[in-house]
Design a protein around this ligand. Structure first.
Ligand SMILES: *Cc1c(COP(=O)(O)O)cnc(C)c1O
Length: 455
């Protein structure tokens, strides 16, 4: 038999609990502030939007939070996910034997990405607390489709506000949402005050995640029986994703490989955090592992943003969170990695960056797609446009190690497949894909839009 390509766990090896890094932070997270009073928010402020269990998890200091049985039952449809040793990619890159690349693949979920890892528990907790309907936003549709799958599993209605440009250009995930029984409208929509205000100012608005969030939050706050659900950024979302890293640790033991560097793509930060937070615990205890967030050069919140209190949405309806932000009014260029087009980075990831526990690097989309082609032609899987950024950085790490004559083990997160994103590949292969820089004027404009909150 040849060398092992994928390291598989059994269903019994799915973690019984999520890992909550808040228990181990060297410095606690800054508080979330009320948008009106600028005082720390309490559970009552968040109760119109989220179920109480989710609010508790958001601020919990418990190291482990048990995964409910009904959630594990759904997880078992696709978890544990495989960890691959990228033998064919290593060969394509002509790497020596002491440089290894491994990847944890989340594309085996029904929706094709890591997002069901949090969609399922969020739908479950809402159902438990008597909620009948959820409202949410989606960019390229990965989150909307994941939540649609989770809602149909637990018998909840769902309305998804989908960023207009994706709604028009990427019909397949809308069809997935509808197949799973959700209602999906283009955002800005005429269905909310926030949407109508934007349409009045700009009838041709292509939308943004920030606008769609405003619409979904307004829907949830004003419709009886309805709550809101967010697919990234918040602490509880990142914690639900830690099943990725916890499984990966067991699989790396099977592979007898411990990573020197771990790379994940970061939009709002959830798949990156899910893969890396369990390794950060080891890092706080002295492990030398480097942890790198790969973000798009067109929306570089960590590497070019300001660390400040800002709104999560465009209309300024959400609580204020301290994060690396490009400003809540910033509308990123229409890069193909729709899941990476968010103005802010998760407060937890931002905090870890400020603490120096993680690194970040910005990647241009043509360089990312070039890496994706090398990957697809060696490992077979066609990556989603978002994880192509992580693949670029992983390949560059490997090539740098070869150049330096160093041994290195590299782990990256392959957060989803790109089977519904083939127009992006078509454009790359035809030479039509452009790079967008994030201009310095935008950095300054972003600063102007920040709510001035002393901290
Ligand atoms: C949504 C998405 C992302 C970006 O979101 P994060 O919260 O940063 O993980 C990355 N990869 C895939 C496949 C996605 O669907």
């Amino acid at each position: 038999m040849g060398e092992t390509r994928k390291f598989l766990l059994s269903e019994a090896d799915i973690p019984a609990a999520w890992y909550n890094i808040q228990a181990d932070l060297p410095k606690p997270l800054p508080p979330v502030l009320h948008p009106g009073t600028h005082q720390p928010v309490g559970p009552d402020d968040l109760a119109p939007l989220f179920p109480m269990e989710v609010i508790k998890q958001e601020v919990s200091q418990d190291r482990e939070i048990e995964i409910p049985g009904p959630v594990l039952d759904v997880y078992r449809l696709w978890r544990p996910t495989p960890l691959y040793r990228a033998h064919s990619l290593e060969k394509a890159l002509d790497l020596p034997a002491n440089i290894k690349i491994l990847y944890k693949y989340e594309g085996v979920s029904p929706a094709g990405s890591h997002k069901p890892n949090t969609a399922v528990p969020q739908a479950y907790y809402n159902k438990q607390e008597g909620v009948t309907r959820l409202a949410t936003e989606t960019g390229a549709g990965q989150w909307g489709s994941s939540l649609a799958m989770a809602c149909t599993t637990f018998g909840l209605d769902l309305k998804v506000y989908m960023v207009r440009i994706s709604y028009d250009q990427k019909p397949y995930r809308r069809m997935m949402m509808e197949t799973w029984g959700a209602e999906c409208v283009a955002s800005p929509s005429p269905d909310t005050n926030a949407g109508r205000a934007i349409l009045e100012a700009d009838p041709d608005s292509t939308g943004s995640l920030g606008i769609a969030i405003s619409e979904a939050v307004e829907d949830a706050a004003t419709t009886p029986g309805t709550k809101y659900s967010l697919g990234s950024v918040l602490n509880h979302v990142l914690m639900h994703q830690t099943v990725i890293g916890l499984e990966a640790q067991k699989q790396l033991e099977m592979a007898d490989a411990w990573p020197d560097v771990i790379v994940g793509c970061a939009g709002g930060g959830s798949n990156f955090a899910g893969l890396t937070l369990p390794f950060l615990k080891a890092k706080f205890d002295g492990a030398a592992t480097r942890i790198v967030a790969a973000e798009p050069a067109a929306c570089p919140s960590l590497t070019r943003g300001t660390y400040a209190y800002d709104f999560g949405d465009t209309a300024g309806m959400t609580p204020l969170v301290k994060m690396h932000t490009l400003g809540h009014t910033f509308v990123p260029a229409s890069i193909h990695a729709g899941g990476l087009r968010y103005h802010g980075m998760a407060p937890l990831v931002s905090h870890l960056y400020e603490l120096g526990a993680i690194e970040a690097t910005a990647v241009k989309q043509t360089a990312a797609f070039e890496a994706a082609i090398t990957f697809a032609r060696s490992e077979g899987i066609i990556p989603g446009p978002e994880p192509t950024h992580a693949i670029r950085v992983a390949i560059d790490e490997a090539l740098a190690a070869r150049e330096a004559g160093e041994a290195k083990t590299i782990l990256f997160g392959l957060s989803g497949h790109g089977n519904f994103d083939l127009t992006a590949y078509e454009r790359y292969l035809n030479g039509d894909l452009q790079d967008y820089d994030y201009p310095q004027e935008s950095v300054e404009a972003a600063l102007q839009s920040l709510p001035m909150v002393a901290d």
